[in-house]
Design a protein around this ligand. Structure first.
Ligand code: AMP
Length: 125
């Protein structure tokens, strides 16, 4: 079920549990600002999720409350992930679902890095 992109952070969401090491993930990279791991249900040959270390519900929340350092560190890491998979030249899609209309399922801010094949139209009408 889709979740709200704003409101109180739920420390028991699945990505919070991954950050605490309570459930496993297929880690791609981790630093002070972000953790990147493979999506459990990949929609493309490369489908990596990048999440900030801090407790933010969505981009709506992150873009308001996170510090400049957190924001810069997070987005630099997302770019590094794409480069790790040689996606800069062929291109890729970065998606951030925010709230019910987007279908956001996990209430911890994340971007999807999708690539490895032509991805088709941005939205299915
Ligand atoms: P969203 O709809 O933007 O909130 O995307 C949530 C994503 O998290 C989906 O693509 C799921 O496949 C993915 N996901 C859910 N649980 C896990 C997990 N334990 N490990 C990796 N990816 C997950």
């Amino acid at each position: 079920m889709a979740v709200s992109g704003i409101g109180k952070y739920d420390p028991n969401n699945i990505f919070a549990k991954i950050l605490r090491g309570e459930i496993p993930c297929k880690k791609v990279i981790e630093n002070d600002w972000a953790l990147a791991f493979h999506d459990i249900a990949p929609k493309a040959p490369v489908h990596v999720l990048v999440i900030p270390k801090g407790p933010y519900v969505s981009f709506a929340d992150f873009s308001q409350r996170a510090s400049d350092k957190e924001i810069a560190g997070f987005f630099k890491t997302a770019g590094d992930v794409a480069r790790m998979f040689d996606l800069d030249a062929p291109g890729y899609r970065m998606i951030g679902n925010v709230g019910p209309d987007s279908g956001q399922e996990v209430p911890h801010f994340h971007v999807h890095i999708l690539g490895g094949r032509p991805l088709g139209p941005m939205l299915v009408e």
